[in-house]
Design a protein around this ligand. Structure first.
Ligand code: PEP
Ligand code: MN
Length: 336
């Protein structure tokens, strides 16, 4: 059961709720987020929920039996919207396309990408400065110095940044420069990292693990939310299957199902989801028809020269065509 407390409830009114919980044998976990104070209550006994709902300190109460609770749509029926400021919102009817290279490579690359994004009214730039690579000899990113330069140029241009954080020790230094922390597929169940991201005020884009189930993804999101950060987005980025014709299997089913199970915004990552340039646009458009609230797409002025993931990266002409197709498909989706 989740209880949302009235803001400004008196000590006495709160004590009344505690007394009923103790009477029905439920234990509470208190969670204060940016937006509200919740009690996630665990217990087995049957009781009449109106005993809680009628109390003065209670603004809302729901039974939620899943292992993930605060991120469940059984708790919050309407969709959540992650507000990044300056009118940039994701979810609850607001759609964003995020574009940029797999890896941040140089000042010149940042400048030309931002110029492209500005020309095409794209508000969020993706890019990795800490790269999880299968081989330790591959390019692993420009790190904090690259992030600082990128952030300076992006702020000046009014473009938001989404970038991967790989470990707890990076969070504090990165937080001032980042608008959305990405948790990569390989860290989807790094519970220490999720705990720590629950304690910052920055939005989090949480990717599904390569072999993660939807319930596991939702439970990972619960880690972040339950430490006080409500600004969480779920991301389908493809899973590993027996199919070898492409890099990953983009699980289109995940999108409507996640949106039904959770109120959190759902983001599609077709670049990693299929892993082959010529299919990225059609997978992106399909994900929009499936209900995605945002898409994150890898682009580069010269994908053949990209330091990472060039084979799945669109060039600027392809990206421009995709942006115009996204507008058409979004319109169609909104008319359904
Ligand atoms: C990326 O976004 O470049 C990336 C490494 O993603 P994932 O964690 O989904 O592999
Ligand atoms: Mn990549």
């Amino acid at each position: 059961m989740i209880i949302q407390l009235e803001s400004g409830a008196s000590q006495q009114a709160i004590a009344e709720v505690e007394a009923v919980l103790s009477d029905i044998g439920y234990k509470k976990n208190e969670i204060s987020t940016q937006f509200a104070k919740y009690w996630v209550c665990i217990g087995k006994n049957e009781f009449d929920i109106r005993r809680i709902g009628s109390l003065a300190a209670v603004s809302d109460v729901h039974r939620v039996s899943d292992s993930f609770k605060l991120v469940s749509s059984k708790w919050k029926v309407g969709p959540s919207c992650v507000d990044l400021g300056d009118g940039v919102k994701i979810g609850g009817g607001h759609f964003q396309t995020m574009m940029g290279p797999c890896s941040i490579e140089s000042d010149a690359q940042i400048e030309e990408t931002i110029a492209f994004l500005k020309n095409n009214n794209i508000k969020i730039m993706r890019g990795g400065v800490y790269k999880p690579r299968s081989s330790p000899y591959s390019f692993r990113g420009l790190g904090q110095d690259g992030l600082k330069i990128w952030s300076e140029i992006a702020k000046e241009a009014g473009v938001k940044i989404v970038t991967e954080v790989m470990q707890v020790s990076q969070i504090e230094a990165m937080a001032d420069y980042v608008d959305i922390f990405q948790v990569g597929a390989r860290n989807s169940q790094n519970f220490n990292l999720l705990d720590a991201l629950g304690q910052v005020d920055t939005a989090v884009l949480l990717k599904r693990g390569m072999s993660g189930t939807l319930d596991e993804l939702l439970s990972s999101a619960e880690y972040i939310f339950s430490h006080g950060n409500e600004k969480v987005m779920l991301c389908e980025r493809g899973i590993r299957t027996y199919e070898t014709a492409y890099r990953n299997t983009f699980d289109i089913n995940a999108i409507p199902i996640l949106k039904e199970k959770s109120h959190l915004p759902v983001v599609s990552d077709p670049s990693h989801g299929v892993g082959i340039r010529k299919y990225v646009s059609s997978v992106t458009l399909s994900s929009i028809m499936a209900g995605a609230d945002a898409a994150i797409v890898e682009i580069h002025s010269c994908p053949q020269k990209a330091f990472s993931d060039g084979q799945q990266t669109l060039d600027f002409n392809q990206a421009e065509k995709l942006i115009s197709d996204i507008d058409k498909v979004r319109k169609l989706y909104s008319e359904l």
